[in-house]
Design a protein around this ligand. Structure first.
Ligand code: ATP
Ligand code: MG
Length: 388
C-alpha cells in the first residue's frame, strides 16, 4: 500500500523493531525484495511466533522450511512441512511456485505441476483446487528454496505500520474499555505509545492502579514490548475544580486540565499527539459541542480512533486484544466519581474558558507533571507484571 519512495523507511523501521524484540531468539534477520527472513533458534519457535503475531507492519508471515536447489530435496521439505502441520486426510490444495532464481532448471509453472501431481499420488484423498484451496503450498526458489503453507488463504500478520515509524503518541489510559482499544488502534497506525493515567488518591485506590498497569502491560505487547506509564496525582486539581459554582461544567473543565497535563508530557516525551478513547455522543463529555470545546482549549492534536464506533464494536476489539476482562473489573474511576449529576452536554467555549481562568491552576499542573511516577511495563508471555 505504500508509495515506492517511502517504503524503505518503513521497512527499516520494521526491521529495527524486529531486531529489538526478537533479539536473543534469532540467529539472523535479513531483508530482500520487501520480505524479511528470520532465521530463528530452534528452541524459540513459539516465542518468535508470538512476537510476530503482535508486530505491526507485517502483512503476513510463515514458518518456512528450506532446502537446496533440487526437486527431491524440495519434496523432502514439503513432506516435513505437511507432517508438522498435522493436516486432514481429505482436503483441497494447490501448489504456488515462484522462481526468482532463474538458474533453477524448471519454470515456476513446471514446479507447481510436478509437485502437484507428486502430492496427489502420495495423498490420494487430496484434490487440486486452484481458486479456493484449503491449503496452499508455496515454493519460492531463491538462493535456496523456501517452502511454507497457507491455510484457507488467511493472513496471520497484524497489519498496520511499524510501531514508531509515524512518531510517538500519549495515550490517556483510564481503567475503562475504550482507551486501551484507542491505544491499540493508534499503535497499529505506527505510533509508539506512552501512557498517562490520572488517579485521585485517596478517592481512588490501589485496585484502579493495578488495573491500569495490567492494561498498559497488555498493550505493551503491541508496542514493541514495552510501555512507559505516567501515574499523575490529579487530586489537588480535581478538588479545586469541584469548588466551581457551575457544577454542570466540572467534567469538561477537569477533562481540559487533563489535556493540559498530557500536553506537557507530550512535550517532554517529544510526542506528536494525544490519544483518547472517546466515541461520539457516548457520554456528556463526548458530544460534538464538548469535543469542540476540549479541542479549542487544548494545545495538542487529539486523536480519537474510536470516535465512530459503537460500544459493541469497541468491545469486540477489547476482546480481541484481551484487555476486556481487565477493563470490566470493578474499580472507582476519577471521572465517574466526581461527575456532576447533570453534566452539560452543550458547553460554550467562552464560558468554559472563564471557568478555567478562575481556577488559577498553573502551579498545580506543573506540580502534577513534576511529581508523576513513571513505571515501565514489559510484555511477557505469561502476562505477569514486570516492573523496572
Ligand atoms: P474509557 O472506557 O476509556 O474509560 P469512557 O467512554 O468511559 O472511556 P470517559 O471516562 O469520559 O469515557 O473518558 C474519555 C477518555 O478520557 C478515556 O477514553 C480516556 O482516554 C480519557 N480518560 C478518562 N479518565 C481518565 C483517567 N483517569 N486517566 C487517563 N485518561 C482518562
Ligand atoms: Mg471511563
Amino acid at each position: 500500500m505504500l508509495k515506492k519512495g517511502t517504503k524503505p523507511f518503513f521497512e527499516k523501521s520494521l526491521r529495527n523493531n524486529l531486531k529489538r524484540s526478537l533479539g536473543a531468539y534469532v540467529h539472523k534477520i535479513t531483508m530482500l525484495d520487501g520480505r524479511i527472513y528470520i532465521q530463528h533458534k530452534e528452541e524459540y519457535e513459539i516465542q518468535v511466533e508470538s512476537i510476530l503475531h503482535k508486530t505491526f507492519g507485517i502483512a503476513d508471515y510463515h514458518l518456512a522450511y528450506t532446502s537446496i536447489l533440487a526437486m527431491e530435496h524440495i519434496q523432502t521439505s514439503i513432506t516435513e512441512l505437511i507432517e508438522e502441520a498435522g493436516l486432514e486426510e481429505t482436503l483441497t490444495f494447490k501448489v504456488e511456485s515462484r522462481r526468482a532464481n532463474k538458474s533453477f532448471p524448471h519454470t515456476s509453472y513446471d514446479i507447481s505441476v510436478l509437485l502437484g501431481s507428486w502430492l496427489q499420488k502420495s495423498h490420494p484423498n487430496w484434490r487440486v483446487n486452484v481458486h479456493h484451496p484449503e491449503i496452499t503450498i508455496v515454493v519460492e526458489v531463491r538462493e535456496q528454496v523456501y517452502v511454507y503453507l497457507i491455510k484457507n488463504q488467511e493472513k496471520q500478520g497484524a497489519g498496520g505500520l511499524p510501531v514508531g515509524s509515524v512518531g510517538r503518541g500519549i495515550l490517556l489510559l483510564s481503567g475503562g474499555i475504550d482507551s486501551p482499544v484507542a491505544g491499540y488502534l493508534m499503535c497499529k497506525r505506527g505510533l509508539n505509545l506512552v501512557a498517562i493515567h490520572f488517579h485521585t488518591p485517596p478517592y481512588t485506590g490501589e485496585e484502579s492502579l493495578d488495573k491500569v498497569k495490567a492494561l498498559a502491560q497488555g498493550l505493551s505487547g503491541w508496542n514493541s514490548g514495552k510501555i512507559a506509564l505516567y501515574i499523575i496525582n490529579f487530586t489537588p486539581i480535581q478538588l479545586e475544580v469541584n469548588k466551581l459554582s457551575k457544577g454542570e461544567f466540572t467534567t469538561i473543565v477537569s477533562r481540559i486540565f487533563m489535556m493540559q497535563i498530557a500536553s506537557k508530557i507530550q512535550e517532554k516525551e517529544e510526542a506528536k499527539a494525544l490519544i483518547t478513547g472517546e466515541a461520539l455522543a457516548q457520554v456528556a463529555s463526548q458530544t460534538l459541542e464538548s469535543l469542540q470545546v476540549t479541542d479549542a482549549l487544548s494545545d495538542s492534536l487529539i486523536l480519537r480512533p474510536c470516535i465512530g464506533m459503537d460500544k459493541n464494536e469497541i468491545i469486540h476489539f477489547a476482546q480481541k486484544i484481551k484487555t476486556f476482562e481487565t477493563s470490566i473489573i470493578p474499580a472507582t474511576d476519577c471521572c465517574s466519581l466526581f461527575a456532576p449529576k447533570h453534566p452539560s452536554t452543550r458547553p460554550k467555549k467562552e464560558e468554559v474558558r472563564d471557568l478555567i481562568s478562575q481556577c488559577h491552576l498553573g502551579a498545580l499542573i506543573d506540580e502534577a507533571v513534576d511529581s508523576a511516577e513513571i513505571i515501565i511495563l514489559s510484555h511477557t508471555n505469561n502476562l505477569d507484571l514486570i516492573q523496572e
